[in-house]
Design a protein around this ligand. Structure first.
Ligand SMILES: Cc1ncc(COP(=O)(O)O)c(C=O)c1O
Length: 387
């Protein structure tokens, strides 16, 4: 067997962002990883969710994130691509991947099955199921997870216009999976940043309609992701209220004892696990030009989720505050924060700002546009705003 190169998960440790800046004086963005937050929310999910917690790798696939979650007891991973399946297998022997993207290439399905032993595949269309049946063996060890569409208005990002079958089609898909010799499960995704638990209850009712329509016991029910993070302008409810809504929703279903209950959280597990130190590279009147922006780590700001921000306390700042326009570092005029931000009036070139709650989809969605690629990670033991 070839040697497996273990990705680096050990990071330099600092007590605070102030200590990071004092040591590195970084002119490049620096992610501050707060593993204590990641561990705490993993524990909350493992204790509160009534089933298996699959981490949605797409949300933050960095080696330190996978390792911290694995060490915190997360053993199941929702993977969207063969690259993610491989990453989990190489870094975390003993972990189980589930192929949860409804559209997969034949090559990816074959490798996932033959090389990595993946046994759960999501479908939302008959041709995807045909593709799977033509690519991997038929048999009860494989579970075809039928994704049913749910249009829930209480989520900030809806996903069902792109994915998910209507109930009647989901029933037909489940019956076909059984006829082909597979077991079946049912999945839904209420949408990302779901602001209350009601969507999960509605999703479970749809799952119930699907299993009743199929008329056979499911191998799994997967309630998807959507558990929220806490942003300045968007916050959900206590995580426990989602778990209790799901427990209540499940109690209305008559499921066999060996049916696995699963969820696929991304955002909620990692949002608080990273902040980002950026530097002001130019001030022009009320505009600050930063070293990271819309093509870098700030996709959530781009889509209007507001991150908490503070100046890193390397000097004293004026008590008076003002509104600033924030620009990112690329030559594109679209590289601008869609909102203004209130900060001390005496900010100047060379100052550093720390943005919190960037752990979800921040590092995952950054690009190399214009040669800027934020890729420095350190461990920080303080909480945001406590230096
Ligand atoms: C299939 C699937 N599962 C899980 C997730 C994670 O969602 P969230 O980060 O909202 O928990 C996503 C996000 O797009 C997804 O598409």
């Amino acid at each position: 067997m070839d040697a497996v190169v273990r990705p680096e998960t050990h990071l330099p440790v600092y007590a605070s962002p102030e200590e990071v800046v004092a040591n590195l004086e970084p002119s490049y963005p620096v992610f501050c990883v707060r593993r204590h937050h990641i561990r705490a929310v993993a524990k909350q999910f493992r204790e509160g969710f009534p089933g298996d917690v699959l981490y949605a790798v797409k949300c933050n696939p960095e080696p330190h994130m996978l390792k911290t979650l694995f060490d915190a007891g997360i053993r199941h991973f929702d993977t969207a691509s063969l690259a993610e399946v491989a990453r989990v297998a190489e870094q975390l022997p003993g972990a189980t991947s589930y192929f949860m993207h409804p559209v997969k290439s034949r090559a990816a399905i074959r490798s996932a099955y033959e090389v990595y032993g993946v046994r759960h595949y999501v479908v939302d269309h008959a041709t995807e199921l045909e593709k799977i049946a033509e690519t991997i063996p038929r048999g009860r060890e494989t579970v075809i997870v039928v994704r049913v569409a749910i249009h829930y208005e209480g989520a900030v990002y809806e996903l069902s216009s792109k994915f998910g079958a209507p109930v009647a089609e989901a029933i037909a898909l489940g019956k076909s999976a059984l006829a082909l010799g597979y077991r079946y499960g049912v999945a839904f995704h209420v949408g990302s940043q779901c602001l209350d638990g009601e969507g999960f209850v509605e999703g479970l009712q749809l799952a119930d309609e699907v299993t009743r329509g199929i008329g056979a016991d499911p191998a799994c029910i997967d309630v998807g992701g959507g558990f929220p993070g806490e942003y300045m302008n968007s916050r959900g409810q206590e995580m426990e209220s989602y778990f209790s809504a799901i427990r209540a929703g499940l109690s209305d279903l008559s499921l066999p004892g060996d049916c696995s209950i699963m969820c696929e959280p991304g955002r909620a597990l990692c949002v608080d696990g990273e902040s980002l130190i950026t530097q002001v590279h130019l001030r022009k009147a009320d505009a600050l030009y930063l070293n990271d922006g819309m093509y870098g780590s700030f996709i959530e700001e781009k889509y209007n989720l507001h991150l908490p921000v503070r100046p890193v306390a390397m000097r004293g700042f004026s008590e008076a505050h003002q509104e600033y326009t924030l620009y990112g570092p690329t030559c594109d005029s679209l590289d601008i924060f869609p909102r203004t931000v209130r900060l001390p009036e005496d900010l100047k070139e060379g100052d550093w700002l720390e943005f919190d709650r960037i752990g979800a989809y921040g590092a995952a969605c950054r690009t190399h546009f214009n040669g800027f690629f934020p890729d420095t990670f350190v461990d920080v033991t303080s909480n945001f705003g406590e230096s």
